[in-house]
Design a protein around this ligand. Structure first.
Ligand code: GLY
Length: 383
């Protein structure tokens, strides 16, 4: 995208977000439904992606309307943490794009404390025997107690950040252990991922990989691979562990090879010809952000250029094929698929698709607004 085109796209995205402020009222977008969204209370894992879009819009424009709208919603995130509403490993997504983002953008100490409080809750989900963070369900649930999932890599940045802010290494230590377990069990064949993996939660013995949202246990759910690219890249940035950087690069190269000519991922790269040939543009947006991040942390200049070029090509394709500019539309990115296997929100707007698409545009513009990694941290007082 030429700079003028990119600026136009960013401006159009910001206007779409501005139009959504009165539409959403006090509620949050959940599944896309045609040109609109199903709106809910702050009671599911995706709600912070709306705040993330508001913070990015504020970073792009400096306009107070976006800051104020994100800021006024933080009380609702405080309420859900205290009341443990729909608590899961997704505390990471939820409090990175609400509490950490607000602290980063405004220096509000209450937001910083809320982010650390959320990290305190998240580490209670760690199983020391298997060295993994339990994804879903109440702790030690007979089934879910033994499950970790690949998406959780994107919840770890809250823990790394909490150690940075608090000076207490316990959060980052747990995040590092979980990332190592993910590398050992959720990565297979050197460059592909399982969606979820089970352990015997009493002994920590590994059992095996299982899908939840993919086509089959041994298929390749594209959004899972995308979460792993970005998540391992961020783990590499926070820890400097070469194994995390190496695997993030290999997963990214594999993702690129799986794409067709239009560069928009299928929801599962191993769906057979007689299975549902549905797209998941959100996987493309997340993978593009992961590749932009990789381009900033790999040492090799040619590798960095390659990742940046692929990320730009994917972002351009998303703009051409999936960016929605109609003033009637409530979302930014068409053709995200929440769960094709369960026929839930297939080729619709999804809040995480919208968020990561906007983040990929911001990364492409060269602006540094990093809510996940280390690129735009506030200095810790006294250092
Ligand atoms: N983290 C859940 C999903 O990607 O659908």
């Amino acid at each position: 995208m030429e700079n003028t085109q990119l600026n136009t796209t960013l401006r159009q995205a910001v206007e779409q977000i501005r139009r959504d402020i009165p539409r959403f009222g006090d509620l949050y977008p959940h599944n896309g439904d045609g040109m609109t969204y199903v709106l809910t209370e702050n009671n599911h894992w995706m709600t912070s992606f709306w705040l993330g879009q508001l913070w990015l819009a504020y970073a792009i424009t400096g306009e107070d309307i976006f800051r104020a709208e994100a800021q006024r919603r933080l009380a609702s995130f405080d309420h859900r943490l205290v009341n443990r509403i729909d608590e899961s490993h997704d505390l990471g997504f939820l409090y990175t794009l609400s509490a950490r983002a607000q602290w980063q953008m405004t220096g509000d100490p209450a937001a910083r404390q809320l982010g650390i409080d959320a990290a305190d809750r998240l580490i209670t989900r760690f199983h020391p025997k298997g060295e993994y963070i339990q994804a879903w369900g109440v702790m030690n649930d007979p089934v879910e107690g033994g499950r970790m999932i690949v998406d959780c890599l994107m919840n770890l940045p809250l823990l790394f950040w909490a150690s940075y802010e608090s000076g207490d290494p316990k959060y980052g230590d747990i995040a590092t252990k979980h990332a190592r377990t993910t590398l050992r069990y959720l990565v297979r064949d050197g460059n592909r991922t399982y969606h979820t993996f089970f352990f015997n939660q009493d002994t920590g013995e590994p059992i095996g990989g299982k899908t939840a949202q993919g086509f089959a246990d041994d298929s390749l759910w594209s959004r899972g691979q995308a979460w792993a690219i970005y998540g391992f890249a961020l783990a590499a940035e926070w820890t400097d562990e070469p194994a995390f950087l190496d695997i993030a690069c290999r997963l990214a190269e594999q993702f690129w090879k799986e794409l067709g000519d239009d560069l928009i991922p299928l929801w599962d790269f191993r769906v057979p010809p007689d299975g549902p040939q549905k797209r998941d543009s959100s996987a493309g947006a997340i993978a593009a952000c992961g590749m932009f991040k990789l381009a900033t942390i790999v040492q090799d200049a040619a590798l960095a250029t390659g990742f940046k070029t692929h990320a730009e090509q994917m972002t351009r394709s998303l703009t051409q094929s999936c960016f929605e500019t109609s003033p009637e539309a409530w979302g930014l990115l068409r053709d995200s698929s929440y769960n094709v296997a369960a026929n839930r929100a297939v080729e619709q707007f999804m809040p995480f698709g919208d968020y990561y698409y906007l983040e990929s545009l911001v990364m492409m513009s060269g602006k540094t607004v990093d809510f996940w990694g280390k690129a735009s941290l506030r200095p810790v007082e006294g250092t």
